[in-house]
Design a protein around this ligand. Structure first.
Ligand code: BTN
Length: 255
């Protein structure tokens, strides 16, 4: 099988705080490889040749970036884990801020930006009912604009935001620890705590929301998310509309 771990030369397997991390020089997509692994496994790669972004987009994954997929257990009612993509966004944001990038912020659902430039993206795949793959792409010292010129003014990287870019190994440890912490928070049902953290992290709140299935679009104020992870968007008259995640095709910030 194309994405079977056994067919790709592996650099290393390491145990990190309850995780088993498989490291590769080059893969198609770390999410694709992680799909075959049990919970608390993770896959990282130096390069992805077919990195995947949300909504079927391509994700440029050149050398010097951090490309990580982590498999977490999602037992019980799937609805309980609906906020996992949001929790993963908070996990990555908290790591980036702790490194010293105080201006890092979230754009719904889980993009990590500095100003208007994207520093990290997250793709959560559900390949089975009882586990999810959390894929994280973080620009560190890579130069994605070399592969895709249009990215030149759209991306941020740690190398430009910190006096010195942290080594990938240290970043992997921090990210996996943050995912463990946020997974625990969801497992114990502390959704309110997650909502509180998230609702402080959406910076630009004037938004344009496109609704799935050609159901239209609205402009409004992003009030935050509720305990189910649904988006709350209000209009100037004070009416609040509630959009479950699957009903939102796109959220654009209006500046
Ligand atoms: C997005 O913002 O569109 C999500 C980007 C997610 C990219 C990461 S890189 C590691 C993992 N493997 C993939 O193929 N995609 C995710």
């Amino acid at each position: 099988m194309l994405n079977d771990l056994a067919t790709i030369p592996e650099l290393d397997v390491r145990a990190i705080d309850g995780w088993t991390l498989h490291e590769f020089a080059e893969v198609t997509s770390t999410n694709a490889l992680a799909a075959h692994l049990p919970p608390w496994s993770a896959v990282s790669a130096g390069v992805q040749t077919a990195g995947r972004g949300r909504s079927g987009r391509h994700w440029v994954s050149d050398q010097g970036g951090l490309w990580l997929s982590a498999v977490v257990p999602t037992p019980g009612d799937p609805a309980h884990w609906a906020v996992l993509p949001l929790a993963a966004g908070w996990a990555v944001l908290s790591v980036v801020r702790a490194l010293g990038v105080a201006a890092a912020r979230l754009r719904w659902p889980n993009d990590i930006l500095v100003g208007r430039q994207k520093l990290a993206g997250i793709l959560v795949d559900r390949f089975s009912a009882d586990a999810a793959v959390v894929g994280i792409g973080l620009n560190v010292v890579n130069r994605p604009e070399t592969a895709e010129i249009a990215l030149a003014d759209q991306i941020a990287r740690l190398a430009d935001l910190l006096p010195e870019a942290p080594p990938t190994a240290a970043l992997l440890v921090r990210l996996l620890a943050a995912l463990t912490r946020e997974h625990h928070r969801l497992e114990t049902g502390d959704i309110a705590g997650l909502c509180r953290d998230l609702n402080n992290a959406w910076l630009y709140r004037h938004v344009h929301v496109t609704i799935t299935g050609g159901q239209g679009a609205i402009n409004g104020h992003l009030d935050g998310i509720d305990a189910h992870g649904s988006l709350l968007v209000s209009n100037p008259a004070g009416g609040v509309r509630v959009f479950p995640v699957h009903r939102v095709e796109l959220l654009r910030e209006i500046f």
